[in-house]
Design a protein around this ligand. Structure first.
Ligand code: HEM
Length: 505
């Protein structure tokens, strides 16, 4: 065969492969489009999809608008005519996806990968995720969390000192978002990293600002479909600012790791767990596990990049979420003084005026726990999590989604779905006392194998904070109407304001 004939054959093969790929992509797109037309949600327009309806507030107005429209059907988010997310909000649909163990979506990896790294436990899939989870699980064992409680109390005392200041102007409405954010960042630094940060006193420093802005900045990309394409987004000034922020956060994490690496020089996990650390620090924390774990050949189990990736993930996942839960809980308690008073009585009965909470007695706060859960139901800290379907999915409403579709478990809409919850907009903690709740109806920490690894840590931290605050302060309704906003977590564009008053006023 001549060279010309070979070249011709190659050309035909490549063209055929391209044509097949294109036809399959068009067929997939068409099937998804036809399926999505039958769901609930905004009008689909070329080329914006439903975007015109959900560019403001990171899509929260859209979520609220369609919350009880056709609540059996999932909701479509067409971020253009070419990118669609199907938001599931019925327990059965979510259960079907969870049981099939569908992977994290490429979209989540694109949005968070630069910051958290593709080796982050939050973004990994398959056997790599499984072995990372297996390695990190001990950092959240019962014994480790028990050891963390006094540290959480110390951190909560610093928060209480700040609230003391607010209480000097008892009629002033205070936005509690940042105070809680700094408290939880401080707590995760002290517990998971044994790093005594000063963040609660440095509201305006670059590190805390960077953390606070990362969520809104990430979600901002959804306002412009072109920005979801990496090469185009990378040319914008927003991307440049974002990269600088990420660089600063990476540097900060690298410094914490380096400091610990020096401290652990020559030590094994056994040394640390039997308290032989030179500094005398007895806690065995998440960073110890990352640095000291070994593979079967005795080599470090994680590369430097993998360690940094897990650190960034824990700093992010371990603080913004819990801060959001505390913020909305405080808001709900201010709006419902009778629930607040019942929590306070329960805490005083258990601890009296001064005793510090312990791991054992924190388990004896059923009503306070019900209030925490009810606040997380109504104001779910994580609005949605995403998966990518490996094979077609038949929805409860009878529509079939093709393989490759990005689906979201819309935790926010599931928790407000009138077919799942009676009076869904009513704050009623008693519902968590009276009934056993289905794991696919209430899932602030997600559910299944990929649920939140920090679930117990977070619940203890929230209870500790409430024990320390409710015995000193009253949260009073400031008649403030928050404007819900998605910033990876559920924030409010105009803050979350309450009045903070001394208990004896
Ligand atoms: C109220 C507080 C919290 C809420 C509402 C929350 C919620 C969630 C949710 C919904 C997921 C699933 C994400 C997904 O499937 O894409 C998740 C995963 C995760 N969370 Fe949390 N979280 C909280 C606190 C924490 C804390 C305190 C930590 C660590 C100190 C943490 C670390 C993680 C990690 C590492 C994952 C990934 C787990 C995996 O994929 O195996 N979270 N969290």
């Amino acid at each position: 065969m001549t060279t010309g004939a070979v070249a011709e054959l190659v050309l035909v093969a490549v063209t055929t492969a391209l044509a097949v790929w294109l036809v399959r992509a068009v067929v997939r797109w068409w099937r998804l489009r036809e399926a999505v037309k039958q769901l609930a949600g905004g009008k689909m327009q070329f080329p914006y999809g439903t975007m015109k309806e959900h560019t403001s507030n990171g899509s929260m107005d859209y979520a609220i608008k369609y919350c009880d429209v056709d609540p059996i059907k999932p909701i479509r988010y067409c971020v253009s005519s070419f990118m669609t997310i199907v938001a599931l909000r019925r327990p059965q649909d979510i259960k079907n996806v969870v049981l099939r163990d569908e992977p994290k979506s490429k979209m989540a990896q694109n949005l968070l990968g630069d910051w958290l790294g593709l080796k982050s436990i939050l973004l990994l899939n398959g056997p790599k995720w499984k072995s990372m989870r297996h390695m990190l699980n001990p950092a959240f064992s019962r014994a480790v969390i028990e050891d963390y409680i006094p540290t959480m109390v110390e951190s909560a005392e610093e928060l209480a000192a700040k609230f003391e200041q607010h209480a000097r102007t008892p009629e002033e409405a205070v936005d509690v978002t940042q105070d809680f954010s700094l408290f939880t960042l401080d707590t995760v630094c002290r517990c998971a990293f044994s790093f005594k940060s000063d963040v609660q006193h440095s509201r305006n420093d670059q590190f805390t600002q960077d953390f606070f802005e990362m969520g809104p900045e990430t979600v901002q990309r959804f306002r412009n479909p072109l920005h979801l394409l990496g090469p185009i987004y990378n040319l914008t000034s927003a991307a440049q600012r974002h990269r600088q922020r990420i660089h600063r956060l990476h540097t900060h994490a690298a410094q914490i790791i380096e400091q610990r690496r020096k401290e652990l020089d020559g030590m094994s996990i056994e040394d640390v767990t039997t308290h032989k650390r030179p500094s005398g620090r007895a806690l065995f924390d998440f960073l110890d596990i990352c640095l000291l774990s070994r593979d079967k050949d005795g080599n470090p189990a994680l590369t430097d990049e993998e360690i940094r990736s897990q650190c960034d993930t824990f700093l992010f996942a371990g603080h913004d979420t819990t801060a959001t839960a505390l913020t909305w809980l405080t808001f709900c308690l201010a709006k419902h003084p009778e629930c607040q008073e019942r929590c306070r009585e329960e805490i005083f009965d258990l601890l009296g005026p001064d005793a510090a909470p312990t791991f054992t007695n924190l388990a004896k706060l059923p009503y306070t726990t019900a209030c925490i859960k009810e606040a997380m139901r109504l104001y779910s800290p994580v609005i949605a999590v995403h998966r990518q379907l490996k094979s077609p999915l038949m929805l409860e409403c009878g529509v079939q989604l093709p393989a490759g579709t990005t689906v979201a478990f819309s935790i926010f809409m599931l928790h407000r779905n009138p077919t799942v919850w009676e009076d869904p907009l009513q704050y009623n903690p008693d519902r968590f006392l009276d009934m056993t709740v289905d794991a696919f109806a209430f899932m602030p920490f997600s559910t299944g194998r990929r649920n939140c690894i920090g679930n117990n840590f977070a619940m203890h931290e929230i209870r500790v904070a409430m024990c320390q605050l409710l015995r000193r302060f009253k949260f009073v309704d400031a008649e403030h109407e928050p404007a819900l906003q998605s910033a990876l977590v559920l924030r409010s564009a105009n803050g979350v304001k309450v009045k903070i008053q001394p208990l004896d006023s």
